[in-house]
Design a binder for this molecule. Structure first.
Ligand SMILES: [Zn+2]
Ligand SMILES: [Zn+2]
Length: 379
């Protein structure tokens, strides 16, 4: 557990609490380290301590609380021994935000791996032998074909990516006769970490017309190209200009048109996803968005300095800017289905290496390097 931010994690014995109705005790089988675990461990964002980190968790049900068995997202009662993953948040289901379809912003939200040890939700981090799973959590059983390691990133990175792609489709549905179709759209993802790769993998599986990923690290670009079919990777340019945008969009413009008179010069990408959280990347994301395009900001999850951007550009281009943070239950279902599908297989294969929990500090150190994508810890 994290006792002092900036210091190594400590292994400590913690009593297992009695389960209430609707709760589960899960024996953890894998927990992958997310960028936000690193932000917290290094003290880059406020967090109560001591705390058990880890919110990308897979495990087997070890015990059920009293009363009727909790159900999975499809409504089926769960049983001891089932292998599951679950949403990063538990929601009340009754507050205004839950009722508005934003359970991830519930007024009584409990986030796994984000609670003080000395709280009613102390045993909720995945860097432990057991996790208490609370009522109001979306639980998704895992298919046998999906390994613990490959499934671990589902409950944060891949499900958040699914929420991003759902948001994009909802936005596109308001434009033109082809509704939310991705086939005629161009997309650029900024950031080749697990979130960016997950978005790219889902967009490719959704048949997006043109897919570009920007990342300054050559190894990360190579990994993106090897993971996502049809993806073009490039370093972000020092200065974004029309010629550069056209060089990435050019061939696809001809491909996607029906005839010569349909070929218009694009002024940017229809879909832009900022998945890196780097401060310099946010104005670039806005700059890259085409007229009528959608710009999703999802990477900024620790305090970030303010940015300067040209509001006239946003107005004249009718750019839609969406923030996406966490996700709804159906997004976790999409994430698990994608990882278990042939299209998502290469994405799941990126998780690792695996460290036993006794070496959690080695795992945390490796996870902090730019080459690492999803280091996995097993109890
Ligand atoms: Zn996370
Ligand atoms: Zn609520």
């Amino acid at each position: 557990m994290l006792v002092v931010p900036g210091q190594p994690l400590e292994l400590q014995a913690v009593p297992v609490p009695a389960l209430a109705e609707g709760e589960l005790l899960v024996r953890v089988t894998a927990c992958s380290l997310c960028g936000s675990d690193l932000h917290t461990a290094h003290g880059r964002r406020p967090h109560p301590v001591p705390t058990i980190l880890g919110h990308e968790i897979v495990g087997r049900i070890a015990a059920l609380g009293p009363g009727p068995a909790p159900v999975c997202v499809s409504g089926r009662p769960l049983a001891v021994g089932e292998r599951i993953t679950w949403s990063v948040c538990a929601s009340c289901g009754r507050c205004d935000r839950c009722l508005q379809g934003m359970p991830q912003k519930c007024r009584q939200l409990v986030k796994y791996g984000h609670s003080a040890l000395r709280s009613p939700h102390g045993l909720s981090g995945g860097l432990a032998d057991y996790v208490q799973v609370f009522a109001g959590t979306a639980i998704v059983p895992l298919p046998d074909t999906l390994t613990d390691t490959a499934a671990a990133p589902a409950s944060c990175a891949v499900a958040t990516a699914a929420a991003i792609v759902r948001t994009i489709r909802q936005q596109l549905a308001g434009f033109g006769p082809d509704g939310g179709s991705l086939a005629t759209r161009s997309a650029v993802v900024l950031g080749g970490g697990m979130l960016g790769l997950s978005v790219a993998s889902l967009l490719a599986a959704g048949g997006v017309g043109r897919l570009v990923l920007l990342d300054p690290v050559a190894d990360r670009r190579s990994r993106a190209v090897a993971t996502v079919p049809g993806l073009v990777a490039a370093p972000p340019p020092p200065q974004i200009d029309q010629a550069w945008v056209a060089s990435l969009l050019g061939p696809a413009e001809a491909d996607r048109s029906d005839g010569a008179d349909q070929r218009f010069e694009a002024d940017g990408f229809d879909v832009v996803v900022e998945a890196s959280g780097a401060a310099t990347s946010i104005p670039a994301a806005l700059e890259l968005t085409a007229t009528g395009g959608t710009c999703i900001l999802a990477g900024s999850v620790s305090p970030t300095p303010g940015i300067a951007f040209d509001p006239e550009r946003v107005v004249r281009r009718q750019v839609a800017i969406h923030g996406v943070h966490n996700y709804r239950p159906e997004d976790l279902v999409t994430a698990v289905e994608h990882l278990a599908s042939p299209a998502g297989g290469p994405l799941g294969a990126l998780a690792g290496p695996v460290f036993p929990i006794e070496r959690v500090n080695e795992a945390m150190a490796l996870a902090a390097t730019p080459e690492a994508l999803r280091v996995v810890v097993t109890p």
